[in-house]
Design a protein around this ligand. Sequence first.
Ligand code: ATP
Ligand code: MG
Length: 296
Amino acid sequence: MPAPHSTIDDLTRALEGAGYHATRQLVTAVFLAMRLQRPLLLEGEPGVGKTELAKALAQVLGRPLLRLQCYDGMEQREALYEWNHAAQLLRMRAAQASAAPDEMEREIYQARYLIRRPLLQALEAPAPGAVLLIDEVDRADEPFEAFLLEYLGEYQVSIPELGTVRAVAAPLTLLTSNRTRDLNDAVKRRCLYQWLDYPERERELAIVRSQVPEASTALTEQVTQFVSRLRSQPFANAFQRSPGIAESVEWAKALVALDTLTLDPEVIQDTAGILFKQREDVAALQPLMDQLLEVQ
Ligand SMILES: Nc1ncnc2c1ncn2[C@@H]1O[C@H](COP(=O)(O)OP(=O)(O)OP(=O)(O)O)[C@@H](O)[C@H]1O
Ligand SMILES: [Mg+2]
């Protein structure tokens, strides 16, 4: 059997088999990230499948998924490694009088006293390498981005006490961002780039069908139709944030749980908290209801 990623079509099918429905443009970007061993930066609205793509890729490629969730103030020791001080201390206590200080220092700064965090784990993963997800990189601060430069450019890091650690096999590296701030240009230049948009109706239909098989065909069609109208003009202007794919899937599940057969204004209003997470958006829905439900 050929590898699941020998062509773009194969990779598309493999991802679909894992429940992930991607555009050809996105699969091409992933394919090239693998071939060229370049990181791939994914930007897009919340809930359009950025994080999920890394999970699905790890599954279809049979590679371990290593995930680094970024946040403001994250330090290298949480991303890369830290020394296991407790174990080092125990070792020193045990040796106490018997070892010379120099010897002791060499002894306790060995690889076995390292606590490996996702970025180091990704370098050390055996061939064919890991899938490394650096999630929501826009939440990390600028010093962390600066640190990422060496990592992304060369897939290596230096540990002062041990030397340089190079990747056994380049990890397939995905960075995601919700664009809460602009990323450093130098980081962007090291990456391939892909914007993830809201899906076309057919693709969303396929996603909801595969993730909520218990929903009837009619209900799935109504859900995707309604959500796609919410995201399109002129309706989209009325809301601060349009629902993502995640919201469509959740909504379909909720409607099934409520035994809904067809959408009506009442059930939509009652479940609006699944589509929108802002009070103003929930309130903006009511006056548009008739227009949204109008048959085109
Ligand atoms: N292309 C897709 N194929 C299948 N399911 C999808 C797809 N995109 C999104 N989903 C569904 O939407 C959910 C949310 O997607 P995901 O968490 O990847 O969004 P995200 O873009 O990372 O959002 P955020 O920016 O909020 O982190 C997934 O768990 C999955 O159920
Ligand atoms: Mg995400």
